[in-house]
Write a protein that binds this ligand. Structure first.
Ligand SMILES: [Ca+2]
Ligand SMILES: [Ca+2]
Length: 216
């Protein structure tokens, strides 16, 4: 094997690399390509840092409540949370008390956004409400089928997580929405003075609709 390899490389030396400068050019090209890769790696690594920083800000939340439904599904689902003082946060009132709705997800609508001339698609269907400081008492978590496009019920996943001192799932469950205007109570949870979850229940209370129509 060694003999064959030596022989071949000698032939190559004669035919291809007879001109020393072309060999140098090839080495330069390789080196530049390598440098390019190293640079891109560095840049992508630097870009990864940004979301991590944002993540740290989010971790200051005491509770994170979310509803999620199938990716690319066109239906619009809304998350609604009422705190013990009666403040209600949802798409028409995105911030109240210590609660904040991060984004009104409207199904596939507005899932394509343009940043720096590039179309970026986010197929996820998820709404999140963060609670940045807790009050003792009852929180009510509702969801609303704001826009239904099909007769088949839409499966949603509702999750309540307590963040501090460590992440704990308070509630996780499936809920089916059946038509436009359908609002339901996914879960209610009681907090004590220290922010511990004392109890959960599922007694229904409509927060923003009456007879399938938005109040107001
Ligand atoms: Ca929505
Ligand atoms: Ca969406």
């Amino acid at each position: 094997m060694n003999y064959l390899f030596t022989g071949k490389s000698q032939v190559k030396d004669k035919v291809i690399y007879s001109d020393d400068s072309s060999g140098d050019a090839f080495t330069d090209l390789l080196f530049n390509a390598l440098l390019g890769f190293a640079f891109m790696f560095f840049i992508s690594f630097a870009l990864i840092q940004k979301p991590l920083e944002d993540g740290n800000i989010d971790s200051k939340a005491e509770f994170i409540i979310s509803v999620e439904w199938e990716e690319y599904h066109p239906d619009d689902v809304d998350l609604i949370v009422e705190d013990p003082k009666g403040n209600i946060v949802y798409f028409q009132n995105k911030e109240d008390g210590l609660m904040h709705l991060d984004r009104d997800d409207r199904g596939t609508l507005a899932d394509r956004i343009t940043i720096d001339g590039k179309n970026i698609e986010n197929p996820a269907n998820q709404e999140i409400i963060t609670i940045r400081g807790f009050l003792a008492g009852e929180y009510i978590v509702n969801i609303l089928h704001y826009k239904a496009n099909f007769v088949v019920p839409l499966k949603t996943k509702v999750k309540v997580e307590k963040i501090n001192p460590r992440v704990e799932t308070v509630y996780f469950g499936d809920h089916f929405l059946t038509k436009t205007g359908h609002e339901l109570t996914a879960v209610r949870f009681f907090l004590d003075e220290q922010g511990n979850v004392e109890d959960i229940n599922f007694m229904e209370k409509l927060l923003i609709t009456k007879n399938g129509i938005l109040k107001q």
